[in-house]
Design a protein around this ligand. Sequence first.
Ligand SMILES: N[C@@H](CCC(=O)N[C@@H](CS)C(=O)NCC(=O)O)C(=O)O
Length: 257
Amino acid sequence: MPDHVEPPHATAAAAETVKEHSAPQDLVFHAGWFCPFVQRAWIALEEKGVPYQYNEVNPYKKEPHFLKVNPKGLVPALEHHGKALYESLVLLEYLEDAYPSAPALRPREAHEAGIVRLALQHISNVVVPTFYRYVQAQEPEKQAEGKQAFVKALQDTYEQWFVKGDAQWARGDDFGWVEAALVPWVARFPLLEKHRAFNIDGVGPEFKAWAQRALDRPSVKATTSEATAYEQIYRRYFEDTAESEVAKATRKGEWLK
Ligand SMILES: N[C@@H](CCC(=O)N[C@@H](CS)C(=O)NCC(=O)O)C(=O)O
């Protein structure tokens, strides 16, 4: 298990965001700058504009005090008024419920909120595991299979869960949970392009236009580090030597619970 993360802190616009959120607050966001699951909740915090304190954690070290916050030892996690929670999608729910007057990322209408939860299940159960299988594939034929499966997972996401037409965002006029849950992996596409011959054009022009809009969103920019910094972390995934829980589960043909 690696006990170091290189570089050990956020860079580019994300470094500024970390600095702006260094003062103590009732809400402590335990995060790792490099982690796409973290970026989900981090985007939501930035969209809502609520006060929070950013606390950089190296989850590979499994420090005893962090295991008290999240017994799984994974980032993201948060403490709010001293009470802890973890799991990126649970944190998205929590931020909606804890800050009802802040800008909402979850639709207010009950059925639409249900549809969006289904979209998030698809992203978490299909798109994200397919991403790691593609990244960790070593033999050329496995990489080709990985690419095909990943492109299909993204196309299915668009076909099944995007409203289409003139909508700016996945579910219509509002930037929301589908963006927060999926864009962190889109922000890591340059690594796939460089190491796995991925090309977003293969997914389709509408998805590509959505992805570019989402990457330009201030909350996404403010939580994104330099591509070269991600590269150092993901090198171990591309060589399939990463020892994270996600990487180990993917290697075994399973998915992280
Ligand atoms: N299902 C979790 C996944 C979180 C996760 O895997 N985080 C990684 C960093 S990207 C982590 O903390 N890894 C530490 C480890 O694997 O030991 C969520 O959605 O929050």
